[in-house]
Design a protein around this ligand. Structure first.
Ligand code: GDP
Length: 298
């Protein structure tokens, strides 16, 4: 799938250069840096990260006249440097089953992402089991069953409203009995009652640790790129609720430019395991820092 669309109006850098010349230049002065910073903030990178990037670009270059091509390269380099260290596929362990807990607010794309991941792991020859741990939302359970069918992966479900931790335990037993490589556990995403959610997640972890003291091996937080800066507060919230080990950013196929990913990487440094680029089963890509940076600067 293609990297995210550049922002309308010629991308972040394009809009800073207006002029009749074929390759207009602008001096890297305070006014230019301020414009650049505004563009970065508008692209969802957040003030802190925008300031840091702008300062890095300015360093040793004040007063120099740069073309838009040069500035694009400088900016893409800065962004790729921040993002390079977080672009990492989901690590696979020899442990069977590897337990992946999937958290995030409702609507972020948890169900879809679990389906896409299951399909990718199946294609790689892995034996996968899914547990529909959001037992309160009947629609979520049904959706997960549909995704399980598409991916050719069994989905463990429990009666509506039953204890997600006991389902998780049963899923551990099944995954072990099946010799599954991977168990993915969906969870509830109701942030309305954080205390409840925290206890629910903690109980799931406690119970699966009875079967494997090292589980879960990964806790994936799924974030929706279209929520912009909200993604930052979601990371903060979920890190208090669970031991988040990595991120998946969804909906990067739409108009969302994904600048918030730069802010996330800069602030938290959590690995970005994959990006969602559509609603279909194959619409999950590895995150590539260079491609992403190029698409973003436009
Ligand atoms: P959940 O409530 O977190 O489980 O979210 P869902 O997986 O049900 O996704 C919510 C909506 O977002 C659904 O309509 C999905 O089709 C859609 N969605 C999920 N991931 C992506 C993505 O990468 N791109 C697009 N365009 N839509 C997505």
């Amino acid at each position: 799938a293609p990297p995210p669309e550049p922002a309308p109006g010629g991308g972040i850098v394009g809009r800073l250069f207006k002029g009749a010349e074929a390759e207009p230049r602008r001096a890297l002065d305070d006014a230019m840096l301020e414009d650049l910073e505004d563009m970065l903030v508008q692209a969802d990178m957040g003030v802190e990260t925008a300031l840091r990037i702008t300062a890095n670009i300015a360093e040793g270059r004040m007063g120099r006249r740069v073309s838009s091509t040069e500035l694009k390269e400088l900016l893409a380099e800065e962004i790729a440097r921040i993002m390079g260290s977080v672009a990492r596929p989901l690590p696979l362990y020899p442990k069977k089953p590897q337990v992946v807990l999937v958290v995030g607010v409702n609507g972020s794309g948890k169900t879809t992402t679990i389906g896409k991941l299951a399909s990718q792991f199946r294609a790689a020859g892995k034996n996968v089991v899914i547990a529909a741990g959001d037992t309160f939302r009947a629609a979520a359970v049904e959706q997960l069953q549909v995704w399980g069918q598409r991916a050719g992966v069994p989905v463990m479900v429990a009666a509506q409203g039953s204890d997600p931790a006991s389902l998780a335990f049963d899923a551990m037993v099944k995954a072990e009995a099946d010799g599954a490589d991977l168990l993915m556990i969906d969870t509830a995403g109701r942030l309305q009652n954080r205390q409840d959610l925290m206890e629910e997640l903690a109980k799931i972890v406690r119970v699966i640790r009875k079967k494997d003291p090292e589980a879960p091996h990964n806790t994936l937080l799924v974030l929706d790129a279209t929520t912009g800066q909200n993604a930052l507060s979601q990371v903060e919230t979920f890190r208090k609720l669970a031991d988040v080990s990595g991120l998946v950013m969804t909906k990067l196929d739409g108009t969302a430019r994904g600048g918030v990913l730069v802010a996330l990487a800069d602030r938290f440094g959590l690995p970005i395991h994959a990006i969602g680029v559509g609603e279909q089963i194959d619409d999950l890509d590895a995150f590539d820092a260079r491609d992403f940076a190029r698409a973003l600067v436009g």
